[in-house]
Ligand binder design. Structure first.
Ligand code: NAD
Length: 415
């Protein structure tokens, strides 16, 4: 499997190469090759049977040129410091692309959360905060949820932090439940933001008003994206989770799938749909493919088999640099042919944007309506998509490089 941090640095090397005329300084590029700090912690947790288990946790504070470090916390058995560093690097660029005054960070714990009881999970989450409290805070570092972390976990963490530090605004953790200071719209923010970005670019990518869409991953991001795209008149032809996928050319009913998954624990044998593997889902003939699960899904091995006309990267790092090259090779300028990739740092920036809105509401002691939050989100996503598209055309490059150029322009002004 590709090392995600090496992937991220390969992307940075590429942007340095294609923007020679623009002259991003070697100092800026060198600063962006290393995080400001990466912290590893050991978290002792008392298990329900009375034994003590030590978990490894992380926080990477990558860069704060634009504002306090901001980024989610991931719980996964495969999580390691290289992955967290890559995610923190992408967060730095993502905040810059979205035009919000936040820097980039990320955190995680190497753990299979499904193997823990709820009380063990709570003790682990509170333990992560106790070890890192010194570096966190509304003006320093503001974590949020990511893979396998939920509003409830954010509420435990926020509560632990407020007890330890006596901080009252509640603005240190975002993604909290609404009754604990969370923002309206946070749950659907990443999927919704992805939809706004897609709509801003759809005509330029020459895609129809009603697209056939396949979604990999059915967690917070995937299921909300599937729901939003379906509500907007697109047809969701396939979805998958870590175990399996389902496919129906006529379209899938997302609410019925949610009910079915609640009862059966999976997607397999959903009535009226064909069972498919995750590999098959990625290679389906459709207008839009949405990877919303994990990194390294579109690789040198399967890039040639991708038949979608466009890819909206709602997961972080789903496409390896090798696959990017293969897919970019199919584009013929002026972009009449080929597969568009709307890159993660633009496509999924709706999540951090509404996190930023939550932080702002907490600091001001306000609570905005869902309509207000989504209105502001739409404006930000449209603006970011258009700016990325301008850079892409100006440099005759692809959208990922367009997004990197926009991000580096804004970070370089502040470093
Ligand atoms: P989640 O834990 O809620 O859901 C993850 C989903 O992916 C689950 O349905 C799981 O079954 C599935 N999955 C896991 N491994 C898989 C595999 N190998 N193949 C297919 N499916 C697999 O996580 P999430 O919050 O929805 O995050 C998904 C992705 O989106 C991650 O890359 C995350 O970094 C990114 N992201 C999340 C947010 C957010 O707001 N939560 C914001 C930006 C980006």
């Amino acid at each position: 499997m590709n090392n995600p941090f090496q992937n991220a640095m390969a992307q940075l090397d590429k942007v340095a190469k294609i923007t020679k005329a623009k002259n991003f300084s070697p100092e800026l590029l060198a600063r962006l090759r290393e995080p400001d700090r990466d912290i590893r912690i050991a978290i002792p947790v008392e298990m329900d049977d009375g034994s003590l288990k030590i978990f490894e946790g992380y926080r990477v504070e990558y860069n704060n040129a634009l504002g306090p470090y901001k980024g989610g916390i991931r719980y996964h058995p495969g999580t390691n410091i290289e992955e967290v560093k890559a995610l923190a690097f992408w967060m730095t660029l993502k905040c810059a692309v979205a035009g919000i005054p936040m820097g980039g960070g990320k955190g995680g714990i190497t753990v299979d959360p499904k193997a823990l009881s709820k009380s063990e999970l709570e003790r682990l989450s509170r333990g992560w905060v106790r070890k890192l409290a010194d570096v966190l805070g509304p003006r320093k570092d503001v974590p949020a949820p990511d893979l396998n972390t939920t509003p409830e976990i954010m509420a435990w963490m926020n509560d632990e932090f407020m007890k330890l530090i006596g901080e009252k605004t509640g603005a240190t953790f975002t993604g909290k439940p609404i009754e604990k200071g969370g923002s309206e719209g946070r749950e659907q923010a990443t999927g919704m933001g992805g939809y706004y970005v897609f709509e801003a670019l759809r005509k330029r990518m020459k895609l129809p008003a009603k697209c056939a869409v396949a979604v990999q991953g059915f967690g917070n991001v995937g299921r909300n994206a599937a729901r939003v795209f379906a509500e907007q008149g697109h047809t969701i032809v396939a979805v998958s989770d870590s175990k399996s996928g389902i496919y129906a050319t006529g379209g899938l009913d997302i609410n019925k799938i949610l009910e079915y998954k609640k009862i059966t624990g999976g997607l397999k044998d959903f009535p009226g749909a064909k069972n498919i593997t995750n590999e098959e889902l990625l290679e389906l003939s459709c207008d839009l493919l949405i990877p919303a699960a994990f990194e390294n899904q579109i690789t040198a091995e399967n890039a040639d088999k991708i038949k979608a006309k466009a890819i909206l990267e709602l997961a972080n790092g789903p496409t390896t640099p090798e696959a990017d090259e293969i897919l970019w090779g199919k584009i013929e300028i002026p972009y009449e042919k080929g597969i568009w990739i709307i890159p993660d740092i633009l496509a999924n920036s709706g999540g951090v944007t509404v996190s930023y809105f939550e932080w702002e509401q907490n600091l001001k002691g306000e609570h905005w309506s869902q309509e207000e939050v989504l209105g502001k989100l739409k404006e930000k996503m449209k603006d970011a998509a258009e700016k990325v598209f301008e850079r892409t055309l100006a440099h005759k490059t692809h959208l990922r490089m367009g997004a990197f150029i926009l991000a580096l322009e804004s970070i370089s002004e502040r470093m």
